[in-house]
Write a protein that binds this ligand. Sequence first.
Ligand SMILES: [Zn+2]
Ligand SMILES: [Zn+2]
Length: 308
Amino acid sequence: MSKITSVRGFRDILPDETPKWQRIEEKIREIFFNFGIQEMRIPILEKTELFKRGIGEATDIVEKEMYTFLDRGNEYLTMRPEATASVIRAYIEHHIYEKDPVAKLFTIGPMFRRERPQKGRFRQFHQINVEFLGQEDPRVDAELMSMLMYLLSEVGLAGLKLEINSLGCDKCRPAFREKVTGFLKSREEDLCEDCRRRLVTNPLRIFDCKNESCQEIISGAPVILDFICGECREHFERVKKYLGILHIPFVINTKMVRGLDYYTRALIIIPGPLLRLPRNRWERKTLLQAAAGTMVSYGCWVVQTYRG
Ligand SMILES: [Zn+2]
Ligand SMILES: [Zn+2]
């Protein structure tokens, strides 16, 4: 009889490793407590519709990475690929915003994505997620960024570089998108197969492509900061100012664009071997319309995969 092993991309955390995990988690909980961020525990299973609406259908996550199945009740369910959509769902479902629209929430736990297995990446991975809800002020962006840098240094990841960019808003991004799409169309034959498809579905996602020839094309693409409106510029300037006041060094990375429509304005990333796509600030209108119109949430995936 063949031996039964764990599922590909899923792994055991063995007793010699768990103390490291516990240390990091304890440290993080302590920091969040000090910053007044409360824990929310969300289910691992959600209705598939939540992620389709909350993340967007034309994203890699929803298109090909979700663990989705038809439940016996004839309903499609998905193992959470991220936390934010669930946090917002709970925030609305339990009318948290009625008591106090400002909420600072974190979640810690496993997420599931059927990605191509790569070294150091797992299909069940662990994520710390922070959401600051209900405040529009750029001070909140700066607060979140500074907390993130502090947290990372406290768990032993000092010397990381903060990169920021603005993604504009619904008013100013369309002009940028149009310009970029035109530019990318003119180079269509040099793009990889995936990106040619993205050119139709979601052109800004091409900025995320790892393919070298695509990256080279992108390096010559129009820059979003040349397109952002007065309000977005003001917001970005204030984020930079507050970071200065907080003594948080940063660089501007104009190539960081993200094709996901729900992100607006300040976006951050901290390149590093253990970190994958921390990001920030978005207005997830599709999900939030049920509540109080547009609401601002500052989401930040602190650590996608951490291995102690
Ligand atoms: Zn704008
Ligand atoms: Zn590509």
